[in-house]
Design a protein around this ligand. Structure first.
Ligand code: UDX
Ligand code: UDX
Ligand code: ADP
Length: 463
């Protein structure tokens, strides 16, 4: 089968950047990204590529270069499926909020909808690629739906997990550590794998393209994220011990990171990891282990999440305790709401949980984030269903300017490591705050000595 057209279902943080880079590197392929969400598609098609719905360094210029040439964004899901020889599924798979596996298992209803739609529309053989993170053995479910509801055409299902991190998506896609493709071991399966290998081979060296069976590929994605998250929980667990003993977590991280067996990356102590993947994927791993009766394995990995929840909780507790055991009626300013720098994504951001705890203590929360607006902040808080939307709106206010956000504050909490925070005029901020002026640096990005020299009561993580 000659590959000329690709369709991607889901124009989100994964589908959008991935297809933009494939379009740039494969000018001979026509790529159509579809989404049910009309508003999102309209934003992708905005004349000014700075207004695309996802903020990601370098993305808007790749879109400007390819859009309308061989990259298209559309709401016509059926037409795009019908035309394409390869269909990527890049829809969201949030943790279930109802029924069996609530709070743990992945909700596959969007995936199933996609599979049914593909089956209904497809009039010739197709390769279907799982791009979203999916629990092991999802491919089997997709295959069963396709084979039983389709028009008698052949489907090959591949697993091609995404390893890009938000904030560095474009460089991760251009220079991946590896590309992983899992498929059936049958001759047809191998042909489908080769078709996808050929696409990536347009810019990725062959020795970085790994092929495996479907289940290994699916499980590798969960395992990679579990290992990365485990490093953060491990360093965060020790940050608490450092605070008690007088050791400094930055010094400890540096010392252990120089051991090449350990390595220096992903050892930054923080207020806790966030993002759409880590928690969800580990919960998924835990759920799968439990479903096979592997309780020790399940408990081992669940501890990574428990530790992360503890790290967030203890940060909020420390603020309350330091502010003389009450924050009622006090103004606490958050610098940063996104789950990490260089993204406008806020899913599972530590800031949400810390705000929620402090609002319970009747604090007033003021927020400045360079890429997140008030509407999103309130939606994140409302999603927790801790209190009414009206109460959240009464306790939370976002600002367009960091100096306005900090004006009159009792304390500042740094929750995202945006680089601009380091360069602020901290003397000016200090002068406009209530005294004593407290700073809780949840990302260890500010200079302790300088902050103390200005007069701040400065507390970092793990020292
Ligand atoms: C360890 C530390 O590596 C060393 O830095 C420290 O100074 C002393 O303790 P050691 O116990 O001698 O050294 O050996 P190490 O290579 O770390 O192996 C420890 C155990 O882990 C061995 O039983 C080894 O077989 C096992 N291991 C190691 C694995 O099972 N898998 C691995 O990938 C690595
Ligand atoms: C992650 C994986 O890295 C990526 O490979 C996978 O495809 C999707 O999930 P992402 O969630 O975008 O990517 O961001 P990542 O850089 O992994 O950070 C996750 C969270 O961990 C962030 O909240 C970040 O601030 C935090 N973190 C990261 C730390 O607290 N300390 C660190 O040392 C590194
Ligand atoms: P991710 O980080 O995995 O990319 P996002 O939530 O950013 O997650 O993107 C997933 C996108 O998939 C959303 O824009 C959503 O509207 C879209 N989507 C979900 N289900 C379907 C479907 N059946 N057909 C088309 N688009 C879908």
């Amino acid at each position: 089968m000659e590959i000329t057209k690709i369709c991607c279902i889901g124009a989100g943080y994964v589908g959008g950047p991935t297809m933009a880079v494939i379009a740039q590197k494969c000018p001979h392929l026509k790529i159509t990204v579809v989404d049910l969400n009309q508003e999102r598609i309209d934003a992708w098609n905005d004349e000014n590529t700075d207004n695309i719905p996802i903020f990601e360094p370098g993305l808007s210029s790749v879109v400007a270069e390819t859009r309308g040439k061989n990259l298209f964004f559309s709401n016509d899901v059926e037409k795009a499926i019908e035309e394409a020889q390869i269909i990527f599924i890049s829809v969201n798979t949030p943790t279930k909020t109802y029924g069996k596996g609530k709070g743990m298992a992945a909700d596959l209803k969007y995936i199933e909808l996609c599979a049914r739609q593909i089956a209904k529309v497809a009039k010739d053989n197709k390769i279907v690629v799982e791009k979203s993170t999916l629990p092991v053995r999802t491919a089997e479910a997709i295959k069963s739906i396709l084979d039983n509801t389709g028009n008698g055409v052949q489907f090959q299902i591949l697993s091609n997990p995404e390893f890009l991190a938000e904030g560095t998506a474009i460089s991760d896609l251009l220079n991946p550590d590896r590309i992983l493709i899992g498929g059936d071991q049958t001759p047809e399966g191998q042909k489908a794998i080769q078709a996808l290998v050929d696409i990536y081979a347009n810019w990725v060296p062959q020795d970085k393209i790994l092929t495996t069976n479907v289940w290994s590929s699916e499980l590798s994605k969960l395992t990679a994220n579990a290992f990365l998250a485990q490093r953060i929980s491990s360093i965060n667990a020790l940050s608490e011990l450092c605070e008690k003993t007088g050791a400094d977590i930055n010094e400890v991280a540096r010392a252990i990171g120089m051991d090449t067996r350990i390595g220096s990356k992903f050892l930054k102590a923080s207020v806790g990891f966030g993002g759409s993947c880590f928690k969800k994927d580990i919960l998924n791993l835990v759920y799968i282990a439990k479903s096979y009766g592997l309780n020790e394995t399940a408990d081992y990995w669940e501890q990574v999440i428990i530790m992360n929840d503890h790290q967030k909780k203890r940060f909020a507790d420390k603020i309350v305790k330091t502010l003389y055991n009450t924050v009622a009626g006090k103004k606490i300013t958050f610098l940063g709401w996104a789950f990490k720098k260089d993204t406008n994504d806020t899913r599972e951001s530590a800031a949400i949980y810390i705000a929620d705890d402090l609002i319970n203590e009747q604090a007033g929360i003021c927020v400045y984030d360079p890429k997140v607006n008030q509407k999103k902040i309130l939606a994140d808080l409302d999603y927790l269903e801790t209190r009414s939307a009206a109460e959240n709106a009464k306790s939370t206010k976002s600002f367009e300017n960091p100096y306005d956000a900090c004006q009159g504050a009792h304390a500042i909490a740094v929750l995202t490591e945006w680089e601009e925070f380091v360069d602020y005029d901290w003397q000016r901020i200090y002068d406009a705050m209530q005294k004593p002026a407290f700073v809780f640096d949840g990302r260890n990005i500010l200079n302790k000595t300088e902050m103390q020299k200005i007069g701040f009561v400065y507390q970092a993580i793990g020292s």
